[in-house]
Design a protein. Structure first.
Length: 224
């Protein structure tokens, strides 16, 4: 999977490029993340990429030209890339959506700042809007990183031996509880069955716990 990220803050992405699951995916050549500084596509000497909003009101709007030029540049080497704009108005990110997007070869993520992008970008240059939830954050960068992570862990071999099949939501239910050493801490004991060595019993216990967990914490998933 190739990710291209259009942003005013490319340095923010070093946190996922340099560390953890995504960094390992990059090392294994299963992923790449190219960041594009939108100001490099400005056509003025001040490197501005935004202007005041027609109709008035506080806040600046990101202009069409630099974004369009940047997308066109990316499309020179990845003509079929799917252009996603991170926005609270987009389709809500779910496990299902991350899995679907993980089958693509190339995704371009457009990160907004200020009041967002000129609507003509959304109408003519963007294929899809994605939201990470019903709240507003200060820019698309954190949302893009969430999306990159959620997609990347669905790409075969990115996780290595910790596969994502048991992730919460993978089977429409939450994960089961996990325990590690020591066996007892402050009088709190690890459930006996996990120490039994009996894999079929352990699997059945975990499945049961996953169901209970879902009933207790996310009744809305049970109904589905
Ligand atoms: N930008 C600001 N808020 C956002 C959200 N909830 N999801 C995606 N991008 C955003």
């Amino acid at each position: 999977m190739r990710f291209d990220v259009i942003t005013l803050f490319p340095e923010m992405f070093s946190s996922i490029k340099d560390e953890g699951v995504i960094a390992r995916g990059i090392k294994k050549c299963l992923l790449s993340i190219n960041t594009w500084q939108l100001r490099d596509f400005s056509n003025n000497k001040h490197r501005n990429i935004d202007d005041a909003s027609y109709g008035g009101g506080a806040g600046m709007v990101m202009q069409v030209q630099p974004i369009r030029d940047c997308i066109n540049k990316i499309k020179q080497t990845s003509p079929n890339t799917k252009v996603i704009y991170l926005s609270p108005q987009g389709e809500k990110l779910t496990h299902k959506l991350a899995k679907e997007l993980s089958t693509l070869d190339s995704i371009t993520l457009l990160c907004g700042r200020y009041e967002g992008v000129d609507e003509r970008v959304i109408a003519h240059d963007v294929d899809m809007e994605v939201s990470i939830g019903d709240y507003v954050i200060s820019g698309g960068e954190l949302a893009a990183m969430v999306l990159i992570d959620a997609i990347s862990r669905q790409i075969p071999k990115v996780l290595g031996n910790q596969d994502s099949l048991n992730d919460s939501f993978a089977n429409g239910q939450l994960d089961y509880p996990h325990y590690t050493r020591p066996e007892i801490i402050d009088g709190q004991q690890v459930p006996e069955v996990l120490l039994s060595g009996h894999q079929a019993k352990i699997d059945a216990w975990r499945q049961n716990q996953a169901i209970n967990n879902t009933q207790k914490k996310r009744k809305d998933l049970v109904k589905k």
